[in-house]
Design a protein around this ligand. Structure first.
Ligand code: GDP
Length: 300
């Protein structure tokens, strides 16, 4: 699993090692070192706010520990990053009894459907009974894709016709999850952020339906973000935090980008845990996020 992660993060690791490594070699610590480190962190998509935060902490720590050469800053940086990733880390949440209801939200194209398919595969492999709800009723392709993932993973998909009420689909799926004694119900939703008010109303209706049927549900509201969009992912996350009760992030497409450092910014700026990461298009290419493994894969 770790080897797959390392492979998936290869581009991010390389950029990080190149840029940060070329700032933090064995030389006397001076202003230039910090300037180069700042450029390196920004180039790794860690974002302005988090880069400033890290620089301040590193300078403070360097004074405290009386460090003299730049290479000594590397373990300090690593520890600060591990601390950020740990501060917000938390495991996926599950229902005490009955089906765990997971709502998956995010803009079209970020990898929502694929993530649901991969999650279905992950839980199936653990021997859990999984059900999918095709709650994105606006796109024929979204419903069809979910059905394909259902076939691929041997999981039933609850769906209605294109254009039907998303909350009605979710209601059907909740009934089916209970009657079939499913362990996990994964619900797809529409991702049309162009019409924010409409999307918010739709999500609120879905929440109401879910909470009426199962009072402590949804147990998880996962926001899917595309790592290749870098700092744009942060902008999307801020928007979704306003319109949905996001409980965690799924960061997809880490395999195709050097912008994986954005995970650090997501933790620090949004105070939201990253719960899953996508590192490819196949059904096995989803992993629960581990702060320690991520740091281990990032640092040379
Ligand atoms: P949705 O519109 O949000 O449901 O997005 P899709 O699930 O249809 O995914 C959009 C595209 O991204 C598809 O071509 C997926 O195969 C691809 N994709 C999704 N997740 C990943 C990932 O982790 N890595 C890579 N390389 N591609 C991904």
């Amino acid at each position: 699993l770790f080897e797959r992660l390392k492979e998936g993060l290869a581009k991010t690791r390389q950029r990080f090692a190149d840029r940060v490594g070329s700032a933090l070699f064995r030389r006397k610590i001076d202003d230039e070192v910090y300037e180069e480190l700042e450029d390196a962190l920004l180039a790794a998509d860690i974002g302005v706010a988090t880069t400033q935060f890290l620089l301040e902490r590193i300078q403070k720590e360097a004074r405290k520990q009386k460090l003299t050469t730049a290479d000594q800053l590397m373990p300090v940086l690593r520890q600060l990053i591990v601390d950020i990733l740990h501060a917000h880390s938390c495991e996926p949440s599950y229902a005490q009894s009955g089906p765990t209801v997971v709502l998956v939200v995010g803009v079209n194209g970020v990898g929502k459907t694929t993530t649901i398919g991969k999650m279905a595969n992950y839980y199936r492999a653990q021997g859990k009974k999984v059900l999918l709800a095709a709650g994105d009723t606006f796109r024929a392709a979204a419903i069809e894709q979910l059905v394909i993932w259902g076939q691929r993973t041997g999981v039933e998909v609850i769906r209605q016709n294109l254009g039907s009420d998303a909350a009605a689909v979710i209601y059907d799926a909740l009934s089916a999850a209970r009657s079939r004694k499913a362990d996990i119900l994964l619900c797809d939703t529409a991702g049309r952020l162009q019409n924010k008010a409409h999307l918010m109303a739709e999500l609120e209706k879905i929440y109401r339906v879910i909470a009426r049927e199962i009072p402590d549900a949804p147990h998880e509201v996962l926001l899917v973000l595309d790592a290749t969009t870098g700092q744009n992912a942060i902008v999307q996350a801020k928007l979704f935090k306003e319109i949905a009760k996001v409980s965690g992030i799924v960061l997809t497409k880490l395999d195709g980008t050097a912008k994986g450092g954005v995970i650090i910014a997501i933790n620090q700026e949004l105070q939201l845990p990253v719960k899953w990461i996508g590192i490819g298009e196949h059904k096995d290419d989803l992993q629960p996020f581990s702060p320690d493994d991520f740091a281990r894969a990032l640092f040379p």
